[in-house]
Each structure stands twice: as C-alpha cells, then as structure tokens.
Design a protein around this ligand. Structure first.
Ligand code: FES
Length: 364
C-alpha cells in the first residue's frame, strides 16, 4: 500500500517531522506503524440513540482489517443526530445540518492529519449521506459500510417497529389504546442497537450505498446485531488495501451511471424521498450533474418490487432474509434497468459482483 503513502509522508516523513512523529509515538505507534499508509476509520458515533451505538465496537474490528491490509488505522468520530428523537422539536433544525458537519468532520480530520484513505461507518439518516459526500469530496481511497437496522420488536405476538409506537400515541389520544399497552409498545418496539427497522431514510441510503458501488455487496441489510456485521466490518476495512492497489477512488465509482443505478434502487424499493436530497448532494460533491429530471425519468421506467414499511408490510430484516440489496439489484439487472458495467469498490463491475453474490436459499 506504499503508493498512497504520499499524503501522510508530507506530515510525518523526513527529519523535520520528528516532532509530528513524536505525537504518534506518544500513543504507542512505532516507526514501522508510521512508515505504513495511515487510514482513518470514521465512525458516526455518540450515545444519542441506538442507531449507531454499536459502531464503536465495530471500529475495533475495522482496525484489525486495516492492519491486515498493511496500513495503520486511526479511529475518529463524527456526530450523530437521531432523527427519530429530534423530529417534532427544535432539535430537527440540526438534522440536515449534521450531514454537512459529518462531511466536514471527515474532511477536517483526514486532511489535517494527512490520512491516506479512510473507511466510513454510518447508520442514522444523515450519517451515511454525510460520509458518502466526504468520499466524493476528498476523492481519496475510501469505502463505506452501513451499520444495519434494529430487529423488529414484538407486541402481543406481532412484530412491531418504532412506527407502531408513533401510531400508538395517536390511538391512545383517541382513547383506542390503553396506557398499559402504550407502555408495553414503548418498552419493546426497538429491542436493541440499529436503525429504524422499516425502509426509512437510513435503510434507504444503506441499500443505495451498494447500488452506488461504494459498499461491499450484501453489507447493507444484515441487522445491526447480526454476526455478519462483524465479518463485513472486517472485509470492508481490508478492502481499502485493494482500492489502493488498483488505484480506485470514489469518483471512479460515483459516475452518472452509478447515480442512475442508485435512483433505480430507490424506485424499485419505494425508498425514502429524502434520498433525492442526499443523492443530489453526493452527486454535487462528485462533480456529477444529476437533476430532478433524472429521478422523474427513472421513476417512470422502474416498477416498485419491494413491499417494505412504512408503505408495505416488511422490515429491513425481511429483505435481508431473502438476499438484501443484491436481490433487488439482480432483478433490476435482469430487467435491463441497471447498468452492470459500472466499477464498484470491490474493483469489479456491478454485474460481476452480482454474479458472484450467492443469494440465501429460502424455504417457503
Ligand atoms: Fe435513526 Fe430512525 S432514528 S434511523
């Protein structure tokens, strides 16, 4: 990976930079560590809510992956606004702003310290878009991984998500639900770490990261608590090595055709309309001219083939059980609605990735 050592060499190479190296040595790094490319591990993390809470744990796995790729990992954090909490209050004014702050934070830490590349882990609504914006803006070797959704909760034997709690508040106000049932739903709707379980913005942008080609195939849909998350965190971090070896940068992947694929994914799944805002912002950072007309054009030719909450019945976990984002992408490719020639973060084309991806065997 020495070919990308250029950026960090400017900060840490040569006798004049002995003081800079002294700062790294104060944290336990040795000359060998410093001689390798320095790779940032950006995690959108705080204790504001469950959406990203597990990413701190995954960052240690990511460090192992970066080391196995022959680089030296440096973890840093970006803030998270939990939309589900901020919504309906003054707090929501800070939500979209947080996307820009996240992109700026990655630019700031990565450029200030001359990191040669970065691995980014997002979750709640604005974190993934902010991270993908930073990838497009900095255009240095980088890869994204979505942290996964929460499992559905259970209420009286039926699966529920936080959406049911919002609706339960209405039912309680109308005298159609008891205070006891409202409390039971509140206690059980989100059984652990991860993002909102339906196809809201976070999950939409998660599967879009695969369609854009900036995340490993299949990495978006495993639930946050699934052990597959640990494997994907390791593989994602190791992949930074291949990106460097092959000289692949985000804008090599984030082409106009890749954005068209992302929009096809959005339309095929009936994902969040917030994805329009986010894709336009990511495209702008990537210097790709994307307009609302592109969304309109692609929406006219793309059928909705998923039936996920909030409009449908199923949660992200259900999509994962049948094959996750690769299942949707395969269907789109077969229908001639996906460009299979675009380059992805694996160093292979989208079509090749999809051919190699094994869908789970489902017994009905
Ligand atoms: Fe974070 Fe819904 S509040 S994904």
């Amino acid at each position: 990976m020495s070919s990308i050592k250029g950026r960090s060499n400017l900060i840490y190479g040569g006798y004049e930079k002995a003081p800079n190296r002294a700062f790294l040595k104060a944290m336990g790094l040795n000359d060998n560590d410093i001689s390798k490319p320095l790779v940032g591990i950006a995690i959108a993390w705080d204790e504001a809510g469950p959406c990203n809470i597990h990413l701190l744990g995954l960052s240690s796995v990511a460090k192992e992956g970066v080391r196995e790729a022959g680089a030296t990992p440096r973890v840093f954090t970006a803030p998270v606004v939990i939309d589900g909490i901020a919504m309906g209050s003054e707090g929501m004014k800070y939500s979209l702003v947080s996307r820009e702050v996240i992109a700026d934070t990655i630019e700031l830490v990565t450029n200030a310290h001359g990191y040669d590349g970065f691995v980014a882990f997002g979750g709640c609504d604005k974190t993934g878009p902010g991270m993908m914006m930073a990838m497009a803006r900095l255009n240095i070797p980088s890869i994204y991984m979505y942290g996964g959704s929460a499992l559905p909760g259970v209420f009286r034997g039926k699966p529920i998500t936080v959406q049911d709690v919002y609706e339960a508040v209405g039912s309680y106000s109308a005298g159609k639900l008891t205070a006891e049932d409202l409390r039971i739903m509140e206690d059980n709707a989100i059984p652990g770490p991860g993002t909102c379980a339906g196809l809201y913005t976070a999950n939409t942008m998660g599967i879009i990261s695969e369609a854009l080609g900036v995340a490993l195939p299949g990495s978006a849909s495993p639930p946050a608590v699934d052990s597959a998350r640990v494997r994907y965190a390791k593989e994602t971090s190791k992949a930074i090595g291949k990106l460097v070896e092959n000289g692949i940068k985000p804008r090599d992947m984030m082409t106009f055709e890749a954005f068209e694929n992302a929009i096809s994914m959005l339309m095929a799944t009936g994902g969040s309309t917030n994805a329009v805002l986010h894709l336009l912002a990511i495209a702008k950072e990537a210097n790709v001219k994307l307009t609302l007309d592109d969304f309109d054009r692609i929406s006219k030719r793309t059928p909705t083939i998923a039936y996920l909450k909030p409009e449908g019945e199923y949660a992200m976990y259900d999509l994962h059980r049948v094959g996750g984002a690769p299942l949707i992408l395969k269907k789109l490719l077969e229908a001639g609605l996906l460009n299979g020639d675009v380059l992805t973060v694996t160093g292979k084309t989208m079509e090749r990735n999809l051919k190699e991806f094994t869908l789970p065997q489902i017994s009905h």
